[in-house]
Design a protein around this ligand. Structure first.
Ligand code: SF4
Length: 681
C-alpha cells in the first residue's frame, strides 16, 4: 500500500556555523502529534540541517513538505519549497510559525507574493496541521480541491483566485496531548550535533508586548505540561547529551509560577545525579521576584536577567508592556549579583522612545548594579502588532533592512547552488527619535558595552558609587569628550558609526540585490560584511584595553571635577587603581605569566570591601606593598577553551560576547603581611 511522506523542517543556516543552536522543538511537536494521531499510511521525517533535507529531496519528493517560519529561516525554507514545487507541482507545501503578519490584508499580500506556499498554519501548529492533513487525505491529496471549495481548515489560511480563506482559530487546551519528541525518540538524531536541548514546561504568555509575537491575545493563556513528563524528558536528555552542558527552557516567564519551583527541584535533582545542565537559559518572569529568587536558588546555573526594554512609562504604554516593578527588579538584581552575574536588556527605538528615554533606561540598569546591559535594536517582526501598518503609521516608524547576522549562505538544493540570506527590518528613527539621535544612542550603547559591561571597570566604578556619583555620568562624559580618545579608539568609533548605517538598505529588494550578488555573498559569509557591529567593535575596543582604561580613568576624573568632588587623595588613589586595573585585565590571553606590582594601598583589604571605598577616608600604606597577579588553573582552562571555541571568528567580538569575562580577570595575592587598610574617623 502506498505510504504518504510528510517531511517537517525547522531549518537553521549553517554556512557560518549552526546559527540557531537549539533542538528543533516547535517542528518536533507538530511531527510527534501528527505521527501519533494519523494512521500508519504516513511516513514522517524531521529536518534541521539544509544539507540533510537537500540529500533527502535528491532521492524523492514527499507528499507534504512543511516548514517552520521564523525571522532567521524563512528565505531558506521558501527556497526549498519553491524549488521542490518546480520539480513536482503536485507537492503540497505548508508553512507555519510566528513570522507571519497579523492583519488580514497583510496576510493576503504575504501569500500572494509567495505562491510556493499552499497553506499557512497560524498560531499553534499541531491542531491546524492535523486538520489539514486529514482534509487532504479525505480528498486524495488534491490541494486544489480544498481550495476551489473554500474548505475551512482549523488555524489555517490560504488564497485561491485572489480570495483569502481562513479557518477557525483553535487553541490546544491541554498540551499533554502532544507526545514528547524526546521520549518518542524523534530528537535522538540531534544529540550527535552541537545543539542545545530545548524543553517546554509551559506555553503562552499573559503579557501583551506589541513588539513580540507571543504578546498576541490568542497566546495569553498559560498552559502547563505534566511534571512527570518533564522529569522523564530531563532524565532522557541528561543521559544522552554529549556536546554541551546547557539546557534551554522555552517558557516565557520562568520562575513566576508556583509550579516552577517543582520544575526547579527536578532540575536540581538531575544536576546532582548527572552533573548536567550547568547552564540554564530561560527568561525570568516579569513579576513575583520572591518566587523567581526561590526558583533560582533551588537549581544552579541560571543567569539572572531583567528584560526591561525601557523604563519610560510612555514607551511602555505604547508597546502595551507592564514591566517588572522597580522594587522587584532591585531584588532580583541584588540576588543575582550575590550569585555572580546579572544582565539587563533594553530595546532602542520602540514607539515613543527618545534619546533621553533610552539613556534613562541605560542609567537605570547601571544604577541598579547590573553587570552587563545588552542593548538591542527595535525590529519589526511580521507576526507582531508593532509591525502592522497601523502601528508604523501611528508612531512614524522609520525602518531599514539588513541581513540577519549569521543567516547568510550558499546552499545546494536539488543539484544547484543558491545564495540565500535572511533579512531583518530594524527601526532607525520615528516621530520621537531622529536619525542623529538614533546614532548617538547607538554610540552610547557601544560605550556601555565596552566601558561598563562584564564588570570591566567595576573597581573604579565602585569608588565612583562610594562617592555617590552614578557611573553612567562617566559613560556620558566619554561620549561628550572625544578629545580623550586615542587615535585607535577614534578610528573604532568612526568605523562603528559607519557600519551602523552602511549595511542598511531602504527596501528588502535592495538588500537582497546587494547581498545575494556574486561579488558580495562571500563577503557576508566570511564575516567581512553583515556582522553584528556592536559585538565586532566591542571586541576591537577591548583589544585596545590600555587605551580604554586610560579613557575611563580620565572620564572619572573629569566627571568628579565637574561635580566639584575631585581631591588630591582621590587622584592618588586612582593612580594606583589604574595600575591595578591594567595588570588584572590587560593581555587576558597570556595566562602563563605571573606578574607583580608594588602598590601604595592595601588592595587585598579594599577587595574585601568590594572596592567600595571613598579615597578621602583611607590612607596610603607607609611602605608600598608588592602584589602578585595570576590566572589560576581553572581560569587557564576556561580561557584556553574559549579561545579554541572562537578561533574561527575573525575578531574577538564573539569570544568577549559569549564568555564570562569575570572569569578571565587575573587573581591577586599580596606577597607579605601588611597592616590592613586604615580608615580615617
Ligand atoms: S513578556 Fe516577553 S514573551 Fe511575553 S509578550 Fe512580552 S516580550 Fe513577549
Amino acid at each position: 500500500m502506498k505510504k504518504y511522506d510528510i517531511w517537517i523542517s525547522d531549518l537553521s543556516h549553517t554556512a557560518q556555523g549552526i546559527t540557531n543552536r537549539t533542538f528543533p522543538l516547535g517542528a518536533s511537536f507538530i511531527y510527534s502529534y501528527a505521527k501519533q494521531e494519523l494512521s500508519s499510511d504516513f511516513d514522517f521525517k524531521l529536518f534541521k540541517f539544509p544539507r540533510d533535507l537537500s540529500k533527502a529531496l535528491d532521492k524523492k519528493i514527499p507528499t507534504i513538505l512543511a516548514f517552520s517560519n521564523y525571522i532567521w529561516n524563512f528565505e531558506i525554507a521558501y527556497k526549498f519549497a519553491y524549488l521542490a514545487k518546480l520539480r513536482n507541482p503536485n507537492i503540497i507545501t505548508v508553512f507555519g510559525g510566528p513570522n507571519f503578519p497579523t492583519l488580514k490584508e497583510e496576510k493576503f499580500e504575504f501569500l500572494k507574493e509567495r505562491p510556493a506556499i499552499d497553506f499557512y498554519i497560524e498560531l499553534e501548529g499541531e491542531l491546524g496541521f492535523l486538520d489539514l492533513v486529514n482534509k487532504l487525505s479525505e480528498n486524495n491529496f488534491h490541494s486544489n480541491f480544498l481550495k476551489e471549495n473554500n474548505i475551512k481548515i482549523n488555524n489555517t489560511c490560504y488564497i485561491y483566485e485572489d480570495e483569502f480563506i481562513s479557518g477557525p482559530i483553535e487553541r490546544i487546551k491541554d498540551i499533554n496531548i502532544i507526545p514528547s519528541p524526546y521520549l518518542t525518540g524523534a530528537m535522538d538524531y540531534f544529540f550527535d550535533h552541537p545543539l542545545v536541548p530545548l524543553i517546554e514546561t509551559t506555553r503562552g504568555c499573559p503579557f501583551t508586548c506589541t513588539f513580540c509575537a507571543d504578546g498576541l491575545p490568542e497566546k495569553s493563556k498559560v498552559i502547563r505540561r505534566d511534571f512527570e513528563r518533564t522529569k522523564e524528558e530531563l532524565v532522557y536528555i541528561a543521559k544522552r547529551v554529549k556536546n554541551n552542558n546547557e539546557l534551554m527552557i522555552s517558557d516565557l516567564n520562568f520562575g513566576m509560577y508556583k509550579q516552577d519551583l517543582e520544575t526547579a527541584k527536578m532540575v536540581a535533582d538531575i544536576q546532582k545525579e548527572y552533573n548536567y545542565p550547568s547552564i540554564i537559559d530561560t527568561p525570568a518572569g516579569k513579576n513575583m521576584p520572591e518566587r523567581t529568587i526561590q526558583v533560582a536558588s533551588t537549581m544552579s546555573g541560571w543567569l539572572m536577567g531583567g528584560s526591561i526594554q525601557s523604563t519610560d512609562p510612555d514607551v511602555l504604554r505604547a508597546v502595551k508592556r507592564s514591566n517588572i516593578s522597580l522594587e522587584a527588579y532591585r531584588k532580583l538584581m541584588d540576588f543575582g549579583n550575590k550569585r555572580g552575574r546579572t544582565y539587563s536588556e533594553i530595546i532602542l527605538g520602540l514607539p515613543e522612545d527618545t534619546k533621553e528615554k533610552h539613556y534613562e533606561s541605560l542609567k537605570f540598569s547601571v544604577d541598579n548594579y547590573v553587570n552587563s546591559v545588552h542593548s538591542h535594536q527595535s525590529m519589526l517582526l511580521p507576526g507582531t502588532e508593532q509591525a502592522s501598518s497601523i502601528s508604523r503609521k501611528q508612531f512614524g516608524l522609520k525602518t531599514m533592512f539588513r541581513t540577519s547576522p549569521g543567516n547568510v549562505g550558499v546552499y545546494e538544493i536539488l543539484g544547484e547552488k543558491y545564495p540565500i540570506a535572511e533579512m531583518e527590518e530594524i527601526v532607525v528613527g520615528s516621530n520621537s527619535l531622529s536619525n542623529k539621535e538614533y546614532l548617538e544612542c547607538r554610540l552610547m550603547d557601544l560605550i556601555v558595552k565596552a566601558f561598563y559591561n562584564n564588570s570591566i571597570f567595576d573597581e573604579a566604578y565602585s569608588m565612583v558609587r562610594a562617592l555617590k556619583v552614578s557611573p553612567f555620568d562617566c559613560l556620558v562624559y566619554i561620549q561628550k569628550h572625544p578629545e580623550l580618545y586615542s587615535k585607535k579608539v577614534e578610528q573604532i568609533f568612526k568605523s562603528y558609526i559607519h557600519e551602523t548605517m552602511e549595511d542598511l538598505f531602504e527596501t528588502k529588494k535592495n538588500a537582497n540585490d546587494f547581498v545575494l550578488s556574486s561579488e558580495n555573498i562571500n563577503r557576508y559569509i566570511n564575516g567581512e560584511l553583515g556582522t553584528n557591529e556592536l559585538t565586532l567593535h566591542n571586541g576591537l575596543l577591548l583589544n585596545e584595553f590600555d587605551d580604554i582604561c586610560e579613557i575611563t580613568f580620565k572620564s572619572i576624573e573629569g566627571t568628579l571635577r565637574e561635580k566639584g568632588l575631585l581631591t588630591n587623595k582621590i587622584q592618588e588613589y586612582m593612580d594606583d587603581l589604574k595600575k591595578f586595573t591594567l595588570i588584572t585585565k590587560s593581555d587576558l590571553f597570556k595566562t602563563d605569566k605571573v606578574k607583580s606590582l608594588k602598590l601604595a594601598y592595601d588592595f587585598d583589604q579594599i577587595s574585601k570591601e568590594n572596592y567600595s571605598v571613598d579615597p578621602n577616608k583611607i590612607s596610603k600604606l607607609s611602605t608600598p606593598l608588592e602584589f602578585i597577579f595570576f590566572h589560576d588553573k581553572d581560569q587557564q582552562k576556561y580561557i584556553s577553551n574559549a579561545v579554541k571555541m572562537y578561533s574561527k571568528h575573525s575578531s574577538k567580538g564573539q569570544l568577549f560576547n559569549k564568555s564570562n569575562m569575570k572569569q578571565m580577570y587575573r587573581n591577586f595575592n599580596k606577597s607579605d603581611n601588611t597592616p590592613s587598610i586604615k580608615q580615617n574617623s
